[in-house]
Each structure stands twice: as structure tokens, then as C-alpha cells.
Design a protein around this ligand. Structure first.
Ligand code: ASN
Ligand code: ZN
Length: 338
């Protein structure tokens, strides 16, 4: 998507194209740092009972140096800066999902303080986890609004931290698409849990409300219907496939990590819709158990991951249970062979 924006040469989009180019270059340099091996949390510590979050919000003042000026610490009143306060609330909602639903004490399972920087860069079109903290751009204002606006985006970025501390999926090809998919799955779960939305009520969108009204599109991605999140003159059409028939082989985007993630994303939605109720319950437990259970190799393929979700479902709910069946059926629908 950023590559599309960077290639624009219409006068009205000149600033957007420049901003997208800078965001792209910047994210590439970051991914090198993020590719460092995941520090595994010792199992003893992982069991620690979840405590309250320890949030600190910084303001980069449109510069690109981190962390920036401290604007809000845990327990302090709202700052009045919408972005800073959305970041504070979003980190809290994410912490709550892990603590209350999965018994996980913060991102590393050991109470990691949650730091976030807002107002990062000028017209910065992204949000990211840099391996240690969250960073949010304000968006270019023509295509993207501020990235704190979407709770699923905040949940998505923090889930990159959880993956880093657990399965350590490398950010390339199928393992990278699984890394992205984990972030999308836990991103939507943060939002669904906060709103107490059932599988049927939820939008299953990542980044709803991020686009300006100039964009023809609801969100960045749809887990329910990959490939349908947007269709716009400037951005083009959402490129996500919804089964292995549409798997995209590309060297762009680290081997299509934000593209092919549509396939495991849809598998998760299919499991949730087969079971009904709340997606953070059985489906969330199965996926969380898979991510954190220690059986996934860092270079995991879709097939290997599918097998691991089936084992996780069997372990949690039993062989031949509705949950186990739903998992097998979902992977069959998206044409991933176990
Ligand atoms: N927002 C993007 C993501 O979390 C940034 C990146 O790492 N490419 O996937
Ligand atoms: Zn991501």
C-alpha cells in the first residue's frame, strides 16, 4: 500500500508520495533491527500472575527520535492530546486482553512496561513495534489519519511484541505472513473483547476508521473477506488472497507478508464463525496456545502452523471435538494442507 502511495505523481498527492517513500525507507531499516532473535522469557517468569499495565506515553513532536518527551505516565489523567490519550487507552485494552483472557502478564509475559511514542515524524504513514516500544505516526491527512485511531492497529502492533517473545516467527515469506496474521488475529481480538462483540457482531477489520473520507475503503484488511477491505483509485484494490489458490509469490513486502496473511487470517475467522459466540474464547485459546506453546519453528510454514493449531485444539478440547473439527475444516477451506 505504501509502495502504491510512493509511486503517485499527481500534484495533489505529492506530499503523500514523499511521506510514503520516507515511511517505507524507515520501516525497512527497522526490520533489520526487529529480525534479531527473540529473547525467550524463562518459563518460570511466564507464569507470573498478570499485574496492572505500566504505561508511559511520549511525544516525538514530529521528529523521528525516540522516545521523545514524556507526556503521560501510568495512572495520570488524560493529557488532552487525542493521539496520546488514544495510545494510553489502547495499550490498556491490549494489556487487558492478554491478562484477563490469556493469563499473560504483558507482552513478554513478565510485566514488560508498555512504552509508546506518538506524533512520530511528519505525515508519517505507519505505526510499528520497534522491538522495544510502540510508535505511531500522524498519517498524511489525505489518505491516512492518525494511527492511534484504530484499536485493532494498536493491538496488531503490540502482538508483534508477543510473537517476538514467543514463537519468534521470522518476518519473511510464510513465517512472516504468519507473524502478520498473528498480529491481525490478536488485533481484532483486542477490539472485540473491549466491545464485548460476538463473532457475528464484529467487523473483523484491521484499521477501521484510519482512512480519510477521500479513500474508497473500510479498512486496511479484512479477516472475514480478505481482498475486500478497499478498492480505490489511488491505493488500488486490497491484494489479499483468501485461499492458497491466490497465494502471491513476490519479493516485495518481505515476500508478501501483508498479502498472504489473508490466508491464515481467514482460517481463524472460519473457525470462529463455525463455533459462534466470542472469538477470544475457544478460537483465541487455540491460536494463543499455538503461538506460545513452543512447537512452532521460527521459519514455520502455513502447513506446519495449521498442524499445530489442530494439535492445540485437540489438546484443549479433545480429538473429534467441535473445536478440533472446525480447525480442520477451516484449513481445508483455505486450501492449506496439514
Ligand atoms: N505497520 C506495519 C506492521 O506492523 C509496519 C511494518 O512492520 N511493516 O506490519
Ligand atoms: Zn504488522
Amino acid at each position: 500500500m505504501l509502495r502504491k502511495l510512493a509511486a503517485q505523481d499527481e500534484p495533489r498527492l505529492r506530499a503523500v508520495a514523499r511521506a510514503a517513500k520516507e515511511s517505507l525507507l524507515h520501516i525497512r531499516s527497522l526490520q533489520a533491527a526487529r529480525a534479531l532473535p527473540a529473547p525467550a522469557t524463562p518459563p518460570g517468569i511466564r507464569q507470573a500472575k498478570p499485574g496492572p499495565p505500566k504505561r508511559t506515553i511520549y511525544d516525538a513532536g514530529m521528529a523521528e527520535s525516540l522516545p521523545g518527551k514524556l507526556v503521560r505516565k501510568e495512572g495520570e489523567a488524560a493529557t488532552g492530546d487525542v493521539g496520546a490519550d488514544e495510545a494510553y487507552e489502547g495499550l490498556g485494552s491490549t494489556h487487558r486482553l492478554y491478562a484477563e483472557v490469556f493469563g499473560r502478564n504483558s507482552i513478554d509475559g513478565a510485566g514488560l512496561p508498555l512504552d509508546a511514542t506518538v506524533h512520530f515524524g511528519k505525515l508519517y504513514d505507519n505505526a510499528f513495534w520497534d522491538g522495544k516500544q510502540m510508535v505511531f505516526g500522524d498519517g498524511d491527512g489525505q489518505i491516512f489519519q492518525r494511527f492511534t485511531k484504530s484499536l485493532s492497529v494498536i493491538g496488531h502492533e503490540l502482538a508483534h511484541g508477543v510473537t517476538q517473545y514467543t514463537a519468534g516467527l521470522v518476518y519473511r515469506n510464510q513465517a512472516g505472513a504468519l507473524n502478520e496474521s498473528m498480529s491481525d488475529v490478536f488485533g481484532v481480538l483486542v477490539e472485540q473483547f473491549l466491545k464485548q462483540e460476538s463473532v457475528e457482531q464484529a467487523s473483523w477489520l484491521i484499521g477501521e476508521g484510519l482512512f480519510t473520507e477521500q479513500v474508497q475503503g473500510a479498512a486496511l484488511r479484512s479477516l472475514k473477506a480478505p481482498g475486500t477491505a478497499y478498492d480505490d483509485d489511488v491505493l488500488g484494490k486490497d491484494p489479499q488472497p483468501d485461499s492458497m489458490d491466490g497465494y502471491v509469490r513476490t519479493s516485495a513486502d518481505n515476500g508478501g507478508v501483508h498479502i498472504n496473511s489473508g490466508i491464515p487470517n481467514r482460517a481463524f475467522h472460519l473457525v470462529a464463525s463455525a463455533l459462534g459466540g466470542n472469538a477470544w474464547e475457544a478460537p483465541g485459546q487455540i491460536w494463543y496456545g499455538t503461538l506460545t506453546g513452543g512447537s512452532l519453528p521460527a521459519t514455520c510454514t502455513f502447513g506446519r502452523f495449521a498442524k499445530a493449531t489442530a494439535s492445540s485444539a485437540k489438546e484443549l478440547f479433545g480429538d473429534g471435538s467441535a473445536e478440533h473439527d472446525a480447525v480442520l475444516k477451516a484449513w481445508e477451506t483455505v486450501k492449506v494442507k496439514l
